[in-house]
Design a protein around this ligand. Structure first.
Ligand code: F6P
Length: 551
């Protein structure tokens, strides 16, 4: 099997057995004890890479845990699999594809020959076309059908063709062309399109139809509505489409069937997974917003983390450490979720972006060999920016009964220094990590004069693990490094679990069923329904409510 997939069951790995025995020894040890026993712990269990600093000292681990997790990674062939990915081997076994998002950010002077083609050359060819186009639009040279410059850009896409672009736009808004408006339509719910376009002038609006396959129901439905909307506002002349629509896709045939000239198409390749595509041509809206130079910085940040992942020792390798810690909590402590809390308002869509990256990648129940796993795989990722989450769900993390490992992300410098806001913001990053780890004992609560009956309510058990990621400031380079950090952490987890992190068959059945149900909802005649009794009854009730019943 290509891609150095780990052979045998994870449970048969010697390090797995040793980790189980080790877990029995350390599971009761508290972070208080661990910190008391080692005054240097907070300075020792840290690592730097690609401009990011990771403090992983507040995790329920000892040096032995790290050693054993490192052994597990070795036994599971994480390193070999990583190299196989970078070489362009078909490590996406169930789709027989290479997984080469790392090639999207390789510098121009590099070369990577895959199946006889230099993919780096192709990547830079597309980047150059994107840059030339972006400059024309941003400079007002690209005119709409009636001669007006483009002021509004609407990206239509869903999943990886939306979440990356919208997250990156929001994250890098500070660097964006403020005179231009950027909108993102994803949902097939017509409300999304209507609300996104209601105040836009079609004469000044450019649509980017972003879809790897160019067949996705939501995107194609929105794309057709966009064409109707644009033509209605541009006098109905078909030639207007060429000035107001561009496509980003791997499917030239479908693009031209839709009526977009393939000259106005920016391609990418089947070896780029949707959720790994924000740095491909799918990032066209990002480039239009922040400009080609900043986009180049974003790619450089990704690449710096790629190099770190390949080169750093295991004890100092950020994605490896974070990925192995996820395995530790998920498979040994039984943690079901992982919270990601960026303390930066610009990163407010980062948790949503990470949900697709992590859960579509590692939500798998069989190994690469097709055997059902007998251990837990991908955790549920979720989160909100700080400090908002603190006033909402943090109560459960602090005093609830579930273990929720948390990642805190903060920056030394705000992009909007305003009075003492930033120090107040960051004080909360440090305070939350401290409170989660060390809590408050009954003794401490009593010393505050708390009535005895209330003491148990105010005790904070602590021992809740967290990572803290710090960087100088949220700039394009840092964002690239941060995304690549999570990409490679996801990779590490998938390699240990021996699963295919790059397919997504689980989303197909729902799509197929919906396609079959559409005509049943729309039919003028009462359709013959062959679903289960619940689905049949729901469809009938809906038709009734829409007055589509013939009876
Ligand atoms: O439904 C899941 C999915 O296939 C994602 O993996 C992908 O990012 C999204 O749909 C959109 O696909 P496309 O870019 O082909 O429209």
């Amino acid at each position: 099997m290509s891609g150095a997939a780990a052979g045998g069951s994870l449970r048969d790995a010697p390090a797995w057995g040793r980790l189980q025995a080790h877990f029995a020894e350390v599971r009761k040890r508290t972070l208080r004890e661990l910190f008391d026993a080692d005054s240097e712990r907070g300075e020792r269990l840290v690592a730097d890479g690609a401009g990011l600093f990771l403090d992983f000292s507040k995790n329920r681990i000892t040096d032995e845990t790290l050693l054993l997790l490192g052994e597990l990674a070795r036994e599971r062939g994480v390193e070999e699999r990583r190299e196989a990915m970078f070489r362009g081997e078909h490590i996406n076994v169930s789709e027989d594809r290479a997984v080469l998002h790392v090639a999207l950010r390789m510098p121009r002077e590099r070369s990577l020959i895959v199946d006889g083609t230099d993919v780096v050359k192709e990547v830079h060819g597309t980047l150059d076309r994107m840059a030339a186009f972006a400059e024309r639009v941003r400079g007002g040279e690209w005119r709409g059908h009636t001669g007006k410059a483009i002021r509004n850009v609407v990206n239509i896409g869903i999943g990886g063709s939306d979440l990356g672009p919208v997250m990156a736009y929001e994250a890098l808004r500070h660097y964006s062309r403020r005179e231009m408006t950027f909108r993102f339509v994803s949902n097939v719910d017509g409300t999304d399109f209507v609300e996104c376009t209601r105040d836009l002038d079609p004469q000044e609006t450019l649509f980017i139809i972003s879809s790897k396959t160019f067949t996705t129901l939501e995107t194609m439905t929105n794309a057709h509505s966009a064409r109707d909307w644009a033509l209605a506002g541009l006098g109905g002349e078909e030639e207007a489409v060429a000035k107001h629509f561009v496509a980003v896709s791997t499917n030239a045939e479908e693009v031209s069937k839709f009526g977009i000239d393939t000259d106005n198409m920016f391609g990418f390749w089947e070896w780029v997974g949707g959720r790994y595509s924000m740095d491909s041509a799918i990032g066209l809206s990002t480039m239009l917003a922040i400009g080609p130079a900043h986009f180049g910085e974003l790619l450089a940040g990704f690449h710096a983390m790629d190099e770190h992942f390949q080169e750093a020792d295991s004890g100092a390798n950020l994605p490896l450490i974070m990925g192995l810690l996820s395995v530790w909590y998920g498979d040994f402590f039984g943690a079901e979720t992982c919270g990601v809390f960026p303390y930066d308002q610009y990163l407010h869509r980062f948790p949503a972006y990470l949900q697709q990256l992590t859960m579509e990648s590692n939500g798998k129940h069989v190994t690469i060999a097709g055997e059902h796993v007998d251990y837990d795989t991908g955790a549920i990722f979720w989160g909100e920016p700080g400090t908002n989450g603190q006033h909402s769900f943090y109560q459960l993390i602090h005093q609830g009964t579930r273990l929720i490992p948390a990642d805190f992300i903060g920056f030394a410098h705000s992009l909007n220094e305003l009075g003492d806001h930033h120090d107040k913001l960051m004080s909360n990053v440090f305070a939350q990590g401290e409170a989660l780890a060390f809590g408050k004992t009954a003794e401490q609560v009593r010393e505050e004069g708390t009535p005895e009956a209330v003491v148990p309510h105010r005790v904070m058990e602590g021992n809740r693990p967290s990572n803290t990621i710090l960087a100088e400031r949220l700039d394009p380079r840092t964002l690239g490094a941060l995304v690549a950090l999570y990409e490679h952490s996801v990779f590490t987890q998938g390699a240990v679990w021996g699963i295919d992190s790059f397919d997504q068959w689980g989303v197909e059945l729902g799509k197929e069923l919906a396609k079959a149900i559409i005509p049943e909802l729309e039919s003028k005649q009462e359709p013959r329904l062959r679903h289960d009794s619940s689905t049949n009854a729901l469809i009938r009730r809906y038709r009734n409510m829409r007055s589509r019943t013939s009876s």
